[in-house]
Design a protein around this ligand. Structure first.
Ligand SMILES: Nc1ncnc2c1ncn2[C@@H]1O[C@H](COP(=O)(O)OP(=O)(O)OP(=O)(O)O)[C@@H](O)[C@H]1O
Ligand SMILES: [Mg+2]
Length: 235
């Protein structure tokens, strides 16, 4: 009987849904962030990654879903969140658990223990950024160990997203390569991200480009702008 129950629990369920980010980038994502998978947002500094994450957190909270927000670059985040959330700021704070890891080791500890805070009231986990503490921890000597740790973190994030039917969004930085840019984290983050969005900014014009998706047209793009209240349609 125990085997029968275990098999039943392992059967695939069509219960995934989308958490809207509440901005125009949803249009290329088919409505928002898919639950059960990791969505990666990458782009250069100032391209809007954190704005997007905050907007998604505000949107999830407005739908009555709780959020885990892992902020590795704690700075003026609460100030910006207050601007984006507007009158809903207190509600967003009540709906969010914000963690501020100070080291890559802290980041691993938080991700490993997410199961202790999550329940079915949560809809979104944000990891902004997945790689800033990784870059600090990584040098020639530590590279293979730190890469293994990053893979393990992504495996854990992916597992909790599946188990709890929630959306996970990570941000990634870029480095210059052959006159172009390349996301950090090599193949590791690419492997674990089922949806990937690039944010670009050229001559003051911002664009989001869908680089990978399982059910939406790849390379679809949408113009956006950033103002006091967050990401706005730029078309
Ligand atoms: N109140 C505001 N009004 C207009 N634009 C704003 C406002 N606050 C922030 N911005 C713009 O948002 C952009 C920064 O976006 P964001 O912090 O999301 O970038 P990021 O991709 O997370 O960068 P990083 O890699 O440095 O973390 C800047 O261009 C900034 O001018
Ligand atoms: Mg940022």
């Amino acid at each position: 009987m125990a085997e029968k129950k275990r098999l039943r629990n392992l059967r695939s369920k069509d219960d995934s849904y989308r958490i809207p980010s509440g901005c125009c980038i949803d249009s290329i994502l088919g409505g928002g962030l898919e639950t059960k998978v990791i969505t990666q947002i990458y782009g250069p500094p100032g391209s809007g990654k954190t704005n997007f994450c905050m907007q998604a957190a505000v949107s999830a909270a407005a739908q009555g879903r709780k959020v885990v927000y892992v902020d590795t670059e704690a700075g003026h985040s609460f100030e910006r969140l207050r601007q984006i959330a507007g009158d809903g700021y207190e509600d967003v704070l009540r709906s969010c658990i914000v963690f501020e890891p100070l080291s890559f080791d802290d980041q691993s500890f938080i991700l490993k223990n997410l199961g202790r805070v999550l329940d079915d009231t949560f809809g979104l986990i944000v990891l902004d950024s997945a790689v800033s503490l990784y870059r600090l921890a990584r040098d020639d000597e530590t590279a293979s160990q730190v890469n293994r740790e990053l893979s393990a973190q992504m495996a854990m994030l992916s597992a909790v997203a599946r188990k709890n039917n929630l959306a996970a969004v990570i941000t990634n930085q870029v480095y210059p390569l052959d006159g172009d840019i390349e996301p950090v984290g090599g193949s590791i983050l690419k492997y674990w991200s089922k949806a990937i969005v690039e944010l670009t900014r050229k001559n003051g014009r911002r664009e989001a480009i869908l680089r990978r998706h399982r059910s939406m047209e790849e390379n679809a793009r949408v113009a956006f702008a950033i103002d006091g209240e967050g990401i706005r349609d730029g078309r």
